[in-house]
Write a protein that binds this ligand. Structure first.
Ligand code: GLC
Ligand code: CA
Length: 557
């Protein structure tokens, strides 16, 4: 195939592997994943054909939100190692040609961060680092509700004032309108960039500006006030300042996490040339094909919703901005359990992988996704650990949904499904640790693990490798047009990519039941080359066929 003619920025041609460190690999035998473990698995990561690692937070933390509550932006949590060890991981990753992306959580800190401790003194310059406000009589300053824990305000005994927390109580929001806070953020960025890291994934970045005066929001049981802190105009000013003062001096990469993001709004942040504020944006629209706004309000899976979200972003960003492609991360249940089928685990896992990896953009793969890990089934609520799972339990209880009924919901919807230890082999604890792991290992590790997948040429693991290699060899995946067929089908996702006379047709069935497919205009399957298929190749290629469960075929022409 043709060489990529126009040189693309490095972050456009990369694929990223996300590590959620606590559950990746335990290298020092205390039951908790760590950087010693990462060091041992760098060759494995490299072998996937990815180009970068994104680390979910590694910093010191009391773990109220498993690292997304940072107590020190310039350190490494003892559980994970030391700063020296991190530097070794960084150097070894770089030696292997892997970039390293850090998670930057600046909407909030931990309440155990020194700044917050000092901010409780009303006379300290740190007081204005956070949103401290006097109450409204006996009530909090406004009606905002946290997305994790009740009211968005906690009253501190020390001062009688309230502090704002959009997330957990132990995650006070930083006051980004204070220029001193922005200087601190820039210093933190410089600290890691000087050390050699290659960029940042910026946590809930569209929340970092709050409307002046913190006005009351539309009363909602959860997230009230969000219209006053989501994508407010000042976010762009802050991002511009970070870009101009720091990021562009290092050629640093950025991907912003943005709940409720739409293509139209995203273009204001990621349109190329001119005033581009972020390289990529993680939107959530394609993660809502089996739920209503949040994973915790589940619905039936609608393939048409998925196609619409993915297709819209493919079309809207074309020639304007660059897509971030993902199906899993540490905040969502496993994709096979959601959009695929545990019964047809490998088949549907392959279909899902081809579906998103053959689209234009920068792909992200979450640990365990490449071996097809699935949701866990907990037998009681005390097996869960996450603040969000328990907050949802309280909200459901308000509607009378309790006990086993809520347990079923938690099993389906909790992001903890993505946080069970990585399944490396069929030794006890899935080979994750020799000690008792900090969190339950999915008992299916005896069948689903990296070692067995390595040994099986038809495994999902090898499929991921082949797809990632295929992306590298075929510029049409990054640069080609995108066109859908069978748009109204509830079971088939069929799209074509075309670039400089080359074409690719991706056919994905999302059903157990046979689906009839016929070659679209301009395609002759007898002439085309079938480059991928998750079932044995047909003896003779015909222009009509009936799919097997979750069948995927990719033709090149
Ligand atoms: C982001 C993170 C999530 C965290 C939240 C609060 O959504 O991905 O894990 O709980 O922000 O920091
Ligand atoms: Ca450990």
């Amino acid at each position: 195939m043709a060489e990529i003619t126009k040189p693309l920025a490095w972050w456009k041609t990369m694929a990223v592997y996300q590590i959620w460190p606590r559950s990746f690999f335990d290298g020092n035998g205390d039951g908790i994943g760590d950087l010693w473990g990462v060091l041992q698995k760098l060759d494995y990561i490299k072998s996937l054909g990815v180009d970068a690692i994104w680390f979910s937070p590694l910093y010191p933390t009391p773990n109220a939100d498993y690292g997304y509550d940072i107590a020190d932006y310039r350190g490494i949590a003892e559980d994970y190692g030391t700063l020296e060890l991190f530097q070794k991981v960084l150097a070894e990753a770089h030696d292997r040609g892997l970039k390293v992306i850090m998670d930057l959580v600046i909407n909030h800190t931990s309440d155990e961060h020194e700044w917050f401790q000092k901010s409780k003194d009303v006379n300290s310059p740190y007081h204005d680092y956070y949103y401290w406000r006097k109450g409204n009589g006996k009530k909090p300053p406004n009606n905002w509700k946290s997305v994790f824990e009740g009211s968005a305000w906690v009253r501190a005994e020390e001062t009688g004032e309230y502090y704002l927390h959009i997330f957990a109580k132990k995650q006070p929001d930083l006051n980004m309108s204070n220029p001193k806070v922005r200087e601190e953020v820039k210093d933190v960025m410089r600290f890691w960039l000087e050390m050699g890291v290659d960029g940042f994934r910026e946590d809930v970045i569209t929340y970092i500006a709050k409307d002046e005066g913190l006005p009351n929001g539309i009363p909602l049981p959860v997230g009230a006030g969000l219209e006053h802190y989501t994508s407010r105009p000042a976010v762009k000013d802050y991002l511009r300042e970070f870009r101009d003062d720091v990021l562009r001096r290092y050629d640093a990469f950025t991907v912003g996490e943005a709940p409720m993001m739409t293509p139209k709004l995203a273009k204001k942040y990621i349109t190329e040339g001119g005033d581009q504020l972020l390289n990529l944006m993680f939107h959530f629209q394609h993660m809502e094909a089996d739920c209503f706004l949040t994973d915790f309000i589940p619905t039936r899976f609608h393939l048409k919703k998925l196609k619409k979200a993915l297709g819209t972003w493919q079309r809207e960003m074309r020639g304007v901005a660059w897509n971030a492609l993902y199906l899993e991360n540490h905040d969502h249940p496993r994709i096979i359990s959601r959009y695929g089928s545990e019964k047809y685990r490998v088949e549907s896992g392959k279909t899902l992988a081809a579906m998103y990896l053959l689209q234009s953009g920068t792909p992200f793969i979450y640990q365990g996704q490449e071996i097809g890990m699935t949701n866990i089934r907990m037998s009681s609520m005390d097996q869960f650990k996450d603040v969000l799972t328990f907050n949802s339990q309280k909200l459901y209880a308000m509607f009378g949904i309790k006990g086993d009924r809520y347990l079923r919901i938690a099993n389906r919807c909790s992001r903890e499904n993505a946080r069970t230890p990585m399944q490396w082999n069929n030794a006890p604890n899935g080979g994750f640790s020799e000690a008792d792991p900090w969190f339950r290992v999915n008992p299916n590790y005896t069948e689903i693990n990296a070692e067995d997948a390595e040994a099986d040429p038809n495994s999902l693991l090898h499929w991921y490798r082949a797809l990632l290699k295929f992306r590298k060899d075929n510029p049409l995946i990054l640069l080609g047009d995108y066109k859908e067929y069978y748009k109204n089908s509830r079971n088939l996702y069929v799209y074509e990519r075309a670039h400089e006379g080359k074409k690719l047709l991706v056919i994905c069935s999302f059903s157990e039941k046979p689906q009839r497919v016929s070659a679209p205009d301009g395609w002759d399957f007898a002439q085309a080359v079938q480059v991928f298929g998750n079932y044995a190749k047909p003896a003779a290629q015909t222009n009509r066929f009936t799919t097997q469960p979750y069948e995927c075929r990719v033709y090149a022409g």
